[in-house]
Design a protein. Structure first.
Length: 296
């Protein structure tokens, strides 16, 4: 071993973990991509901000009774982004496919929410998608783009039309999206409905809807949180969920079939680091829950 190997490491690996890829169960991959952002850009800087935040929060989960430092995590760094949207999504598809093929779970740090479209294409299994998001992202086209942060869920629906898509925390939609969701059988839970009915009933329904699928993909757009909890997002929307409610929902829906997780839409320059801390906490709690489920 050289002195460089002994005394140096890459800057800001998630939680400081350096597990070898072959030994890991979870693979962190940053996707610093925000080419189609239309309101507040800057999520390309989020992977670094999330990693930095992860180094400064404690890793024990009282929900799962697990410590993140017991999980086998490898940080693979950031995906190389192309100036072409389709090429970037293709690279992400290939990277996701490779991680899954190695029997590991990808944990993606966005980047804009469009990354979910690239990642889900890397799945060959029967996969349900649970997306926590203030928006439905079901437009057919937005600002002359058919693939962007406002349309990617529609593209997923079209390509995975036999799959289950569930959207959680919804509170910002247009009429076109509502019509498409209703005609396509896409179930969405508004933030108001969650607060009114409670986490337990909503999470039980979600779990029941995805139980027939081989795998579950969980996606968290940070604007699902109310701006009071996550001000540094690309498209903030009032009347959102609290951090506690989101973490409680994630705890309930993160079953042993969860095969991948992404967290997206953080714009670090719009706050003092709070939203990146929330994202690091969300990832930590989700992985701890998956670790807990491995023992059941």
């Amino acid at each position: 071993m050289s002195l460089l190997d002994l005394y140096t490491s890459r800057s800001f690996t998630f939680c400081g973990f350096e597990m070898d890829f072959n030994e890991a169960d979870y693979v962190i991959l940053g996707v610093p991509f925000d080419w189609t952002s239309t309101y507040r850009s800057g999520s390309r800087f989020a992977p670094l901000a999330i990693r930095e935040a992860s180094l400064n929060i404690e890793t024990y989960s009282f929900r799962s009774k697990r410590d993140l430092d017991e999980a086998k995590i490898h940080d693979a760094g950031d995906l190389h982004i192309s100036g072409d949207v389709l090429e970037t999504l293709n690279r992400l598809e290939l990277a996701t496919r490779e991680v899954l093929g190695a029997g590991k779970k990808p944990i993606l740090l966005g980047g804009e929410h469009t990354i979910t479209f690239g990642a889900i294409k890397g799945f060959d299994r029967d996969t349900a998608v649970i997306s926590f998001d203030a928006h439905l992202d079901l437009r057919d086209e937005y600002m002359d783009r058919r693939i962007c942060h406002a349309t990617f869920m529609r593209r997923i629906s079209e390509e995975q039309n036999s799959k289950t898509l569930i959207e959680v925390g919804t509170r910002a939609v247009c009429r076109e999206e509502l019509q498409y969701a209703n005609s396509s059988g896409i179930r969405f839970y508004t933030s108001h409905e969650i607060l009114k009915r409670g986490v337990k009933l909503v999470s039980e329904e979600i779990t029941d809807q995805v139980k027939s699928h081989e795998a579950v993909y969980v996606s968290v757009d940070m604007d699902v949180l109310d701006p009071a909890f996550a001000p540094g997002v690309q498209n903030p929307e009032p009347d959102g969920l609290s951090t506690r409610i989101l973490l409680d929902l994630l705890y309930e829906v993160c079953s042993s079939r969860v095969a991948a997780l992404d967290v997206s839409e953080i714009a670090p320059h719009y706050d003092t680091g709070l939203t990146a801390v929330q994202a690091a906490k969300i990832i930590s709690e989700a992985v701890c829950r998956m670790e807990e489920m491995k023992q059941q």
